[in-house]
Design a protein around this ligand. Structure first.
Ligand code: ZN
Length: 307
């Protein structure tokens, strides 16, 4: 599933290619026809990501997109329309095409292939949304209700800064939950934007067992986890992929050179020796998603282990 950094990249991409320009919206597949009618022939004002949610604001109408497990946007256009081929779940690369234009000088999009829920089209390009978990037009009350249920998103902080208000929200959200920290990090009401990979990798790097009760994580440990997630999400936003393992990491020493293609410490490395301590990386299911951790680097706190 796309994690928060992908949604922020998507919002930035929509800002670059669509926001502030007249657009046309359609639903080639038909399932978003009424919504498309409402949004088309207008000028989108702002694209906003909050965790795994994307919102595009058009006055009192807000287009909400949640990519879920399979959703993605694909982008096409002429040479003045710079965008990656896709953002979201992995897709095949787009084929070459020669742009042609209608009488009003708008580019003529290629026929939609597959189940395109929504197509957004500006004069020099277009984007197709396929497979979202949610695609809807909200009114301000519905939007506020969704926002109110979302926890703080580390990518809402200005680059290089910690917003203590967001950090304290995260702290108080954890303090009110008796579920494990492994479960809490996936709860978008606790912290928004973290998915399975960031959960595994942030807890590993902080040496926190995923089974630690969320309300037992306190003080500097909460701050360090927030800072770690912030750094990881920012790197993912900048690079477009999640890479938490760096070959130059000091603890890898000379081994780093052989690990250039490996991106993660524990995520999907179950059954292999931990690169830090040599213990075997463990894996099990938690609430329907795979959980990965190193029992050597992430022991349960003694108090929890006893109870
Ligand atoms: Zn280890």
């Amino acid at each position: 599933m796309p994690e928060g950094h992908t949604l922020h990249r998507l919002a930035a991409q929509l800002e670059e290619n669509f926001i502030g320009r007249p657009w046309r919206v359609s639903s080639p597949q038909g399932r978003f026809e009424a919504g498309a009618k409402r949004l088309t022939d207008r000028v989108p004002e702002r694209a906003q990501a909050w965790g795994k949610q994307l919102f595009v604001h058009l006055g009192p109408d807000i287009w909400q997109v949640h990519l879920g497990l399979y959703g993605a946007f694909s982008f096409r256009g002429d040479s003045s329309f710079t965008a990656p081929a896709t953002l979201g779940a992995p897709r095949v690369a787009a084929e070459e095409f020669t742009p042609s234009y209608a009488e009003d000088d708008w580019i003529i999009p290629q026929p939609a292939t597959g189940a395109v829920r929504a197509r957004i089209h500006v004069h020099n390009g277009w984007a197709d949304l396929r497979g979202p978990a949610r695609c809807a037009v909200l009114n301000p009350m519905q939007y506020e209700a969704i926002i109110a249920r979302l926890g703080p998103d580390p990518l809402q902080q200005p680059v290089g800064e910690t917003d203590t208000r967001l950090l304290e929200q995260f702290r108080s959200n954890l303090a009110r939950r008796r579920i494990s920290i492994g479960a809490a990090l996936m709860d978008q009401a606790v912290i928004a934007g973290v998915g399975n990979i960031y959960r595994a990798e942030s807890l590993f790097e902080e040496g926190v067992s995923p089974d630690t009760p969320a309300n037992e994580l306190r003080g500097a440990a909460v701050t360090a986890l927030w800072e770690r997630l912030t750094e990881q999400l920012r790197t993912g936003f900048a690079e477009g992929i999640i890479r938490t393992l760096r070959p130059e990491a000091p603890e890898l020493g000379a081994r780093g050179g052989d690990l250039r293609l490996r991106r993660h410490w524990v995520y999907q490395h179950q059954g292999t020796p931990c690169l830090r301590c040599g213990a075997t990386i463990a894996e099990r299911e938690l609430q329907g998603r795979r959980l990965y951790w190193c029992p050597g680097c992430q022991p349960l706190p003694a108090a929890t282990a006893r109870s």
